[in-house]
Write a protein that binds this ligand. Structure first.
Ligand code: APR
Length: 278
């Protein structure tokens, strides 16, 4: 029976067995990880771009041509409608059970690193320690010249920020715009984690935006097992070893439960024999 057709509790047990058999587990999360926190995805059903159309792919070039004008639009809420919807959702969002489950798995020693494509900072708010924000974080500023980062905390800029006090160049949100080179530090760190991974959990990502998504195929080519957690099929599905067809919150909540049961509670036999939700 294809993993796609198995009942969810079977695939969760299978995923738990792969995790338990691995010595370095890495999660790659995407926008679907934050849907249960009220943040829309970009693609797929109800995605921002499904509803508003894909934005131009030269955002970084337009920012560099007129950073002051770009910031004026930001502080005066004159951005594109999809950016206003995303920004309002980011400001209101709090971590959900899935984010807390990732922290539980990290603290249980079975999840070694998380690479997130999300800029919402919810992993940090939930208390995750080993995290790479490969597309940055909306609550930080970054200098385009020297790369210096400063934290905004919960502060929302009310006027264009001052130039970098290190090198004097312009600063932008520490998020990767389309057409912007990926910061080399986060990309290098992410690749190092993928090279060590023997199991990768692809959670809530359409696996459609390189270079981040390319890391998933690299992991597979290097012998890692791949577990997909996504209510819908993606272009990654066909290379996955286990496919859990449900939401991030549900799947991760159950997985965390399987690694925090005390020995007394856990039925006899290895995890893979445990029938979740029997
Ligand atoms: N739980 C898990 N996955 C979900 C959920 C949910 N509750 N709801 C939706 N999904 C899945 C969708 O099926 C889809 O496959 O989340 C995925 C979201 O895909 P995208 O919107 O393409 O988001 P992502 O893969 O993170 O995009 C990568 O594209 O535009 C850039 O910078 C942006 O970081 C983003 C990158």
């Amino acid at each position: 029976m294809q993993a796609e057709q198995l009942p969810v509790h079977n695939t969760i047990s299978q995923a738990a067995a792969l995790i338990r058999a691995s010595d370095h587990v890495v999660a790659m999360t995407g926008a679907g990880m934050s849907v249960e926190s009220g943040i829309p995805t970009f693609r797929g059903k109800d995605g921002l771009w499904t509803r508003y159309g894909q934005p131009p792919m030269d955002g970084f070039k337009r920012f560099r041509e007129d950073p002051v004008g770009w910031w004026q639009k930001q502080v005066n809420r004159q951005m594109d409608a999809h950016m206003i919807e995303l920004r309002d959702a980011l400001l209101a969002a709090q971590p959900h059970a899935g984010h807390h489950a990732l922290v539980t798995l990290e603290r249980a020693g079975v999840l070694h690193h998380v690479i997130t494509q999300n800029i919402d900072g919810l992993d940090l708010k939930a208390g995750l320690e080993n995290l790479i924000e490969i597309h940055g974080n909306r609550s930080r500023l970054r200098c385009v010249g020297c790369g210096r980062r400063t934290s905004l905390g919960d502060f929302v800029p009310q006027e264009p920020p001052e130039p970098c006090d290190g090198c004097g160049d312009v600063v932008k949100f520490d998020t990767v715009m389309f057409g912007e080179p990926m910061p080399s530090d986060t990309m290098t760190a992410a690749r190092e984690q993928i090279d060590r991974a023997t199991c990768v959990l692809a959670i809530g990502t359409s696996a459609s935006v390189r270079p981040a998504s390319g890391l998933l195929w690299i992991a597979k080519s290097q012998g890692a097992t791949i577990v997909e957690i996504n209510p819908f099929e993606t272009k990654l599905t066909s290379i996955c070893d286990v496919v859990i067809r449900t939401t991030a919150g549900e799947a991760l909540g159950h997985l965390a439960g399987m690694f925090t049961q005390s020995a007394a509670e856990r039925p006899d036999g290895p995890v893979s024999e445990v029938r979740y939700g029997a």
